[in-house]
Ligand binder design. Structure first.
Ligand SMILES: [Zn+2]
Length: 688
């Protein structure tokens, strides 16, 4: 460690590298270590097995050695450049590299392939362990146990071309983990040993169709599960919370510097060109031990983005500390796009989904939503046969917190705070599949069946009693409670493999006027009846929407009927889950559409909301979904929400709905309220 730190200080003193990354040193667990220093055709292994490698190109008889592989600046000294269909292969792949009872594969990479649909193998030891970038720019790890069983770990952060990342795949005998830049991305349980069968040998990169293109640096394979990746954390010492900033607004840099434990304080500063800067100092006593004689600090620096500043900018982050009499400085630059704030429309639906079964204190949650500038709440109250309120329909009411008047109390709290309360229902899933009642429904043939004839815990949309329940549940809400509206949710199938029950079959055969010759094969993908089967399946769901919306309107003509729907091209939603939401809008079955557009990626978000607006046209207002705390990730900073609201407004949506603000969240205070002075003034209602 001492030698490594001396090198650090030297690099910093010469100013040759603004980036501080410690070189990897071989230890007793190291099996293979490629650092890519030196030149010539030999890739030198610094590990005990001396498995020097070479670069090869092409396949089979055309395979040839690359005599002078290209080198480039790496994260630590030099890196190796791999062109398409090139790979590094060691002289052999000995027993030591397989059959282990613990493992770490760690590697730095910078992809230069811009094709997001291209699959890239970074480390490829087929049916042992693999690190790859899959379609969509996600890191994926594969491990194979002694039986050849595959374990898959999927990263959740996007991998961008042109940037350095460190990936690591570890397994400690019980749990496999995938790491990106020293932070855990995914974990899965696995026991036994790594597959011991020799197989086709280790490659770095690939000569086949799934080639990696770019730079590789600091590759190590070890027979222990490492849990600390100091070089990765040193490199990744700062990140912006959001790369799309709104003017006026804020940009925020999160610092996590990793420094030697003798350091007494660390200065963190950030600047946006010469228009904004900020700084903070972390005292050593506020830092946590990281192991290996290092301390990890944490702070945030917020930059004010002034009004009128727009376009492509660079945010510079800098960490400075004194060590061994030298001043060490680390610096990184981050591209940032700044767009002008779109003024909020005078009337705007500002909503959040919430869940009745988690609401113990309606006054608390709805007063906090109002403080955040919201004017609508969309609260789940039922899943299939299971109600989370005092419902008269069916035997299963899981009344939360022993409050038989929960919805009444929520209505009263919402009225006090100027919030329109909409109630939503998960229409077709079975809510409590293991309950006696749900099992009775299954025996009565009310569950869906897949193509293999197995019961699936969703209510079949061709059973009259299920249609009665979907309708009665929505009608009960507008009849018994003083709410603004009702929303369909899970108004669809669970997938493309349902419903193949006898009743659905009979209704389909009635539609086509003859028996299906080969059931269900003719209806499946590539079957001759597949297209008309998809039409029929979607029509069953649409029929449920038709009769339910008519009944709700008959009961309460003023109630707003909305639907939470798949945020994708409508033809795809129809094919995948039988949800023809564009037809429902055109036919006037809905008053508003809430697409579940929860993606964190700004470009994908803009594309998705745009295509939904195009598909809906002027038929109904679209309240753009925003993933606050959803399957698409968790927003922790106001800048993340600001970017999504501004995009939605720029596209012309008359409102947004966030998933979700459910107790015991702190999202109103940490993410939404900081935007009150800029993006969320007032309450989105017309001035009296
Ligand atoms: Zn069915």
């Amino acid at each position: 460690m001492h030698r490594a730190m001396t090198i650090l200080a030297l690099l910093a003193a010469t100013g040759a590298f603004a980036q501080v990354v410690s070189p990897i040193e071989p230890d007793e667990h190291t099996l293979l270590l490629y650092r890519f220093e030196g030149d010539g055709g030999t890739i030198v292994d610094g590990g005990p097995l001396r498995l020097d490698g070479s670069v090869v190109a092409g396949e089979g008889e055309d395979q040839r050695a690359v005599d002078a592989p290209q080198r480039a600046d790496g994260v630590c000294g030099q890196a190796l450049t791999l062109a398409s269909r090139q790979a590094i292969v060691p002289a052999s792949t000995p027993d030591h590299l397989r059959g282990m009872d613990q493992l770490t594969v760690e590697v730095w990479f910078r992809s230069t392939n811009e094709d997001a649909s291209h699959r890239q193998r970074i480390v490829l030891y087929w049916e042992h362990y693999l690190i790859s970038i899959f379609e969509g720019g996600r890191l994926v790890g594969h491990l194979y146990d002694q039986d050849g069983t595959k374990y898959v770990l999927r990263g959740h952060q996007p991998i961008h071309p042109g940037r350095w990342y460190q990936a690591a795949l570890t397994w400690d005998g019980e749990r496999a983990k995938l790491w990106l830049n020293g932070r855990e991305q995914a974990t899965v349980r696995m026991s036994g040993t790594i597959n011991a069968v020799p197989g086709s040998g280790l490659q770095v990169g690939a000569v086949g169709d799934d080639w990696f293109e770019g730079q590789i640096d600091e590759l190590r394979i070890s027979n222990v599960a490492r849990t600390a990746f100091p070089a990765a954390r040193q490199y990744d010492f700062c990140r912006p919370t959001e790369t799309l900033a709104i003017s006026p607004g804020t940009a925020r840099m999160v610092f996590e510097p990793l420094v030697p434990e003798s350091v007494t304080s660390v200065a963190c500063s950030a600047s946006l060109g010469d228009v904004a800067e900020g700084s903070d100092t972390i005292a050593a006593k506020m830092m946590e031990p990281y192991g290996g004689g290092l301390l990890l600090g944490s702070t945030e620096v917020v930059l004010d983005v002034p009004e009128g500043l727009t376009g492509e900018r660079v945010c510079t982050a800098r960490v400075t500390y004194e060590h061994d009499g030298e001043t060490v400085t680390q610096e990184r630059e981050f591209p940032m796009t700044i767009e002008p704030m779109v003024e909020p429309p005078p009337i705007e639906f500002r909503g959040a989904w919430t869940h009745s079964h988690r609401i113990e204190d309606p006054e608390d949650i709805f007063s906090r939503m109002a403080a955040a500038g919201l004017n609508a709440a969309v609260m789940r109250v039922r899943r299939g046969e299971t109600a989370y309120y005092n419902s008269a329909l069916g035997p299963i009411s899981e009344v939360p917190f022993d409050n038989a008047n929960l919805i009444e109390d929520c209505v009263a709290a919402c009225k006090r705070h100027g919030i329109d309360l909409h109630c939503y229902v998960n229409n077709f899933p079975v809510g409590s599949p293991r309950s006696d009642y749900a099992q009775q429904l299954r025996e009565e043939g009310r569950w869906q069946k897949n193509a293999r004839g197995e019961d699936v815990p969703w209510l079949c949309p061709s059973h009259p009693a299920n249609l009665d329940l979907v309708e009665a549940a929505m009608v009960e809400l507008v009849r018994d409670y003083d709410i603004a509206g009702v929303q369909y949710d899970f108004i669809r199938y669970g997938g493309d493999d349902v419903c193949f029950c006898d009743r659905c079959r009979a209704s389909f055969e009635e539609r086509i006027g003859h028996p299906v010759e080969s059931w269900p094969d003719d209806c499946l993908e590539d079957g001759p009846l597949h297209d008309v089967w998809l039409d029929h399946r979607a029509d069953l769901i649409t029929a449920a929407v038709r009769r339910t919306s008519a009944a709700v309107r008959a009961q309460d003509p003023g109630a707003v009927i909305s639907a939470a729907v798949f945020a994708m091209p409508p033809e795809e939603a129809k094919r995948r889950v039988g949800q023809e939401w564009d037809l429902w809008c055109r036919e006037g079955l809905l008053d508003a559409l809430c697409p579940m557009s929860y993606t964190a990626d700004n470009a994908a978000y803009e594309q998705t909301v745009s295509l939904i607006l195009d598909a809906v046209g002027d038929y109904v207002p679209v309240y753009a979904g925003i993933g606050l705390r959803s399957g698409g990730g968790v927003m922790r900073y106001p800048e993340q929400l600001a970017a999504k609201i501004n995009i939605a407004r720029r596209l012309g949506t008359p409102g947004f709905n966030m998933f979700c603000i459910t107790p015991t969240t702190d999202a109103p205070e940490t993410v939404v309220i900081p935007l009150r002075e800029t993006l969320l003034p007032g309450d989105g209602r017309p001035r009296q």
